[in-house]
Design a protein around this ligand. Structure first.
Ligand code: UFG
Length: 323
C-alpha cells in the first residue's frame, strides 16, 4: 500500500511512519517541520512542504500515487488556540481543506484523520463513548470538529471514506527507543514530569489540586503511542476492505490522576521529582476517560501497552537519550 503521511515528522506521525514501513507500506511523509523533526522520519520518502502550498499538493498527489492519506499535521495547544484562533482555523481547517481538495482531484478516497477528545468539551458523563454530545469549548476542539463535519459532507457528496480517531492522551514512546515526544515548547504532562526527573527542568507544576477527583488532581486516559498507531492501521485496513466512514474514541478506559502519573514516574525512574503546586489551567476538565468499545468491536483493536508504568518506562527510555 502507498500511504501519504502528512505530519509524519511529529510525535505520533513519526511512530506511524515507522509502523507502516515495517508492515511493508511505501510511505511518503509531507511535513513543514514547523514542529516536527527531520531526523524523526526513519523510513520512506520525505518532502518538506506546507499544506498551504496548493501547487505542491497538486504535484504530489498525482493520480494513482497514493492509496490513502493519514493526516497528523495540526496545531495542538489548547491555550494557544484561545489566544491565536486564526492560527488554528488556518492550520487545522483551511489547510486540511486544501489537502482534501488535492485528494479529490487525484482520486484518493481514503483518509485517516487525527481528531481529539477536545471535540467533546466538558464531559457530561464518563467514560465517553461516540454518542457523547460534541460541544468543544476552545478553538482547537472546534477546528477538529469542523473537519469531522466536513468529512461527513465529503463522504455524502464525493464518496470520500474517512475514519476520525479521537485521541484522549497520547503517551509513551517507541519501545525500541528510536522515537519519542519532542515538542517545543513541551506542554504535556508525562514528558514534563520526566524532564523534571532527568534534571532537564527544575520541577513539575501540578495545575490544580482542588478538582472533584479522589486526590484533587485532574484525571486523564493515557494511551500508548504504539496502541494509537495500531488503531490507525486497523482503521486503514477497514477502509481498504470497504468499510463505511466512522469515528472512534481511543483510550484505555482507565483514568490516572496527575499525582498518580508523578508517583508512577518516581517509581519507574528511581529519581526524585520536585513538585510545585500551581493554579488550575484554563479549560482543563476534571476527568476525561474514553469508552473505546466501538473501536474494539468494529476494528478488533486491542491495546498492548495499557499499563501506565509501561508508557512512562518507554517515555523515560526516550528522555534519557533523546537529542
Ligand atoms: N498538567 C499539569 N502540569 C503540567 C502539564 C499538565 O498538571 O505541567 C496536567 C493538566 O492540567 C492536565 C493533565 O496534566 O490535567 C494532562 O495535561 P496534558 O497537557 O498532558 O494533556 P491534555 O489533557 O491537556 O491534552 C490532551 C492533548 C490535547 C487535547 C486534549 C483533549 O494533548 O491535544 O488532550 O482534551 F486537546
Amino acid at each position: 500500500m502507498k500511504i501519504l503521511v502528512v505530519g509524519g515528522a511529529g510525535y505520533i506521525g513519526s511512530h506511524m511512519v515507522k509502523r507502516l514501513s515495517q508492515l511493508g507500506c511505501a510511505v511518503t511523509t509531507l511535513d513543514n517541520l514547523s514542529s516536527g523533526h527531520r531526523d524523526a522520519v526513519l523510513y520512506g520518502n520525505f518532502i518538506q512542504g506546507d499544506l498551504a502550498d496548493r501547487a505542491l499538493l497538486k504535484g504530489l498527489l498525482q493520480p494513482g500515487r497514493f492509496d490513502a492519506v493519514m493526516h497528523f499535521a495540526s496545531s495542538i495547544q489548547v491555550g494557544e488556540s484561545v489566544q491565536q484562533p486564526a492560527k488554528y482555523y488556518e492550520n487545522n481547517v483551511t489547510n486540511t481543506l486544501h489537502l482534501l481538495d488535492a485528494m479529490r482531484e487525484s482520486g484518493v478516497q481514503r483518509f485517516i484523520f487525527s481528531s481529539t477528545a477536545a471535540t467533546f468539551g466538558e464531559p457530561q458523563y464518563t467514560p465517553m463513548d461516540e454518542r457523547h454530545p460534541q460541544a468543544p469549548i476552545n478553538p482547537y476542539g472546534r477546528s477538529k470538529l469542523m473537519i469531522e463535519q466536513v468529512l461527513q459532507d465529503y463522504d455524502r457528496a464525493y464518496g470520500l471514506k474517512s475514519v476520525c480517531l479521537r485521541y484522549f492522551n497520547a503517551a509513551g514512546a517507541d519501545p525500541d527507543g528510536q522515537l519519542g515526544e519532542r515538542h517545543d515548547p513541551e506542554t504535556h504532562l508525562i514528558p514534563l514530569v520526566l524532564q523534571a526527573a532527568s534534571g532537564r527542568r527544575a520541577d513539575i507544576a501540578v495545575f490544580g489540586r482542588d478538582y472533584d477527583t479522589p486526590d484533587g488532581t485532574c484525571i486523564r486516559d493515557y494511551i500508548h503511542i504504539n496502541d494509537l498507531c495500531e488503531a490507525h492501521w486497523l482503521a486503514l485496513q477497514s477502509l481498504m476492505q470497504g468499510a463505511q466512514s466512522q469515528r472512534y474514541n481511543l483510550g484505555n478506559g482507565n483514568g490516572f490522576s496527575v499525582q498518580e502519573v508523578i508517583d508512577t514516574a518516581i517509581r519507574v525512574t528511581g529519581q526524585p521529582i520536585a513538585v510545585r503546586d500551581a493554579p488550575r489551567r484554563d479549560g482543563d476538565p476534571a476527568r476525561l476517560v474514553a469508552d473505546a468499545t466501538l473501536a474494539r468491536q468494529q476494528l478488533g483493536w486491542q491495546p498492548q501497552f495499557a499499563d501506565l508504568a509501561t508508557m512512562v518506562r518507554h517515555a523515560w527510555g526516550w528522555e534519557k537519550q533523546r537529542p
